[in-house]
Design a protein around this ligand. Structure first.
Ligand SMILES: CC(C)(COP(=O)(O)OP(=O)(O)OC[C@H]1O[C@@H](n2cnc3c(N)ncnc32)[C@H](O)[C@@H]1OP(=O)(O)O)[C@@H](O)C(=O)NCCC(=O)NCCS
Length: 187
């Protein structure tokens, strides 16, 4: 396993074509999917035929530096979920999105903050990134708290996408947080 990034407790690596089952299991927990699909699992064939091929294609496109990364506990190797650091499909490479989706068993241990903090550090110090942004539903307090702990600030509100209209809290829309390199370095 080639490590992309290590933190005190986590190791992040690139996904491989053999990882569909990890992604399928992660997306099968209604609690994990609560603010993403309203709790509906992602269909295994969508993961196998669409999501995983897109993740792998992203490594080709961005030279393995950006994309979605599998996270494991360094002690014991348990898969805890994924983090993403990636530009928009046709967007500039120096403006990237941060995201995370962790297995329920891994919540409440500071892992989302720890992994994200290391990713921001890498983005700004090694990858030439200028701005990192993240979006979530207004009611996703866990996700918002992670963003705030990272020093990201609220940059605006967003309409709920039509395909998320039935998700709990959709009427309150979404939020976008951002942090620029200068602010990260001054924190
Ligand atoms: C959101 C998520 C990534 C948080 O992961 P986590 O590893 O538990 O987060 P951390 O332990 O780093 O917590 C950071 C802070 O958020 C707080 N927090 C976490 N979940 C919370 C919740 N549901 N409500 C309120 N605060 C919460 C923690 O208490 C902690 O604050 P503290 O250090 O002051 O105690 C995780 O719950 C998850 O993967 N959820 C499902 C997928 C998802 O919604 N992803 C985000 C989509 S935009």
């Amino acid at each position: 396993m080639e490590t992309y990034l290590e933190t005190e407790r986590l190791a992040l690596r690139r996904f491989t074509a053999d990882d569909a089952d990890l992604l399928i299991e992660l997306d099968s927990d209604p609690a994990v999917m609560r603010y993403l699909s309203g709790g509906e699992p992602t269909a295994p064939e969508i993961i196998r035929e669409l999501h995983l091929p897109r993740i792998l294609a992203g490594y080709e496109k961005w030279g393995g530096d950006l994309g979605l990364f599998a996270a494991h506990e360094r002690t014991g190797g348990t898969f805890i979920g994924w983090f993403l650091l990636r530009p928009e499909a046709e967007g500039p490479l120096d403006e990237v999105e941060l995201g995370y989706r962790l297995r329920r068993a891994a919540w409440g241990k500071g892992y989302a903050t720890e992994g994200s903090r290391a990713l921001l550090g890498k983005a700004f110090s090694e990858l030439g990134v200028r701005v990192v942004w993240a979006e979530t539903m207004s009611v996703n307090h866990g996700s918002r708290t992670v963003m705030e702990k990272l020093g990201m600030t609220l940059a605006g509100t967003l309409p709920t996408p039509p395909d998320m209209a039935t998700v709990e809290g959709a009427e309150l829309g979404g939020v976008r947080y951002e942090i620029a390199k200068e602010r990260w370095e001054r924190r």
